[in-house]
Design a protein around this ligand. Structure first.
Ligand SMILES: *Cc1c(COP(=O)(O)O)cnc(C)c1O
Length: 371
């Protein structure tokens, strides 16, 4: 985008300039001598974005990895239009609505019922913080309040709010705010690019697991949870690793009584070939036995098809049971104003419909083979 030349005085140039003045753009350097303007997009169609001057661009980043089935997808549009006619929003404390219920039921079904009790939020970082808070609170409710530390992988990325930065090991996002953060333990990533000559991806995963076990052996009494991006560490530069790491991490978390949080915000929703990346643990054994799923699974990005901000946390049934109590202090008193927004849930249901009706995952396997 830096090298794009817009004709001076064009509509795209004018809107971009107004945006520079009025909008503080995310993840963007404000260089003193730079007069580059952001790309002014007026329309999206399928994989294409059209600017105010009538040029089109191929959205190869899927707008930060959120878009699954193209811009202005007619089927998601139709679902949203019908939802708009009935209910645009209602708070989810004390109220409920069909889209939130159906989405939770269908996602739980996709885990074979291993996970459920869907907790809704609006962005990925919030989903991560919800999983961290729930894990800590679970241990507190079960008489283990000392378990309040977290473990993440080297170069792991889990979002940029202050809580999520604690488990994010990407210097460019974290370093300026380091004094504000309660940093997690950072352990070796199973990133297969670290293989020494003659070493396989599975060997690297085994080394990473050994390092994780050393930490857990020492500090399991203080550790609440391990958080990982299953199979691919996106912000680390699409660092891929051997699925045996997931099996090993699950076994270690069981042995040392630590929760396992799968951050599938980027890798979920079919991005790695299965609906959840975690399904590829145990050499893709299907259905995966319930005890081999993570304790928490976070989704966002693709879940609404790239339409509306939506995130959610699935968890094991026994997690929620630890919160069943009369005392307020044992309850999970976390909320966001737009929790479980009906429009966002409806977009997500339309996205799940597309996966099912078009047999997307099977067709992607053919395409992957061809590619
Ligand atoms: C994008 C992302 C997040 C944060 O989601 P936001 O909606 O940007 O807050 C967290 N974890 C992973 C793996 C992500 O890719």
């Amino acid at each position: 985008m830096d090298h794009l030349s817009l004709s001076p005085g064009s509509d795209a140039q004018a809107l971009g300039q107004r945006s520079r003045n009025a909008v503080w753009h995310p993840c963007t350097r404000l260089r003193p001598d730079d007069d580059a303007v952001p790309l002014a997009i007026v329309r999206g169609v399928g994989p294409w974005l059209h600017d105010a001057d009538g040029r089109r661009y191929f959205d190869a980043t899927s707008s930060w990895w959120v878009n699954l089935f193209g811009h202005a997808n007619p089927r998601i549009n139709a679902a949203l239009a019908s939802q708009l006619e009935t209910l645009e929003h209602v708070m989810l404390a004390g109220c409920t609505h069909a889209p939130a219920v159906e989405l939770a039921e269908r996602l739980s079904e996709l885990t074979g019922g291993a996970l459920g009790n869907v907790f809704y939020a609006s962005d990925g970082a919030s989903a991560v913080e919800i999983a961290l808070k729930m894990s800590f609170h679970y241990w507190r409710n079960t008489g283990l309040p000392a378990k309040r530390e977290f473990v993440c992988l080297r170069h792991g990325y889990h979002g940029e709010t202050v809580g999520a930065l604690a488990v994010t090991d990407v210097e460019v996002f974290r370093d300026a705010y380091d004094p504000l953060i309660r940093r997690a333990h950072v352990v070796m990533s199973p990133d297969a690019r670290q293989a020494a000559p003659g070493e396989s991806a599975a060997d690297v995963a085994a080394r990473a697991l050994a390092e994780l076990e050393t930490l857990l052996r020492e500090r399991a009494g203080q550790i609440a949870a391990l958080i990982v991006e299953p199979l691919v560490q996106g912000a680390a530069g699409m660092a891929m690793y051997d699925p045996s790491y997931l099996d090993g991490a699950r076994a270690l978390c069981d042995r040392y009584r630590i929760h396992l949080i799968a951050d599938e915000i980027a890798v979920g929703c079919g991005r790695t070939g299965t609906f959840f990346a975690w399904e590829q643990s145990r050499a893709g054994e299907a259905p995966l036995p319930a005890h081999l799923w993570p304790d928490f699974l976070c989704l966002s990005k693709g879940i609404s098809g790239g339409y509306l901000p939506l995130s959610l946390v699935l968890s094991r049934p026994e997690i929620q049971r630890a919160f069943v109590a009369d005392e307020l202090a044992r309850s999970f008193l976390h909320s966001h104003s737009y929790t479980g927004n009906p429009l966002a849930c409806r977009a997500a249901l339309a996205t799940l419909d597309l996966f099912a009706q078009d047999d997307v995952l099977a067709r992607n396997r053919e395409r992957a083979h061809w590619l």
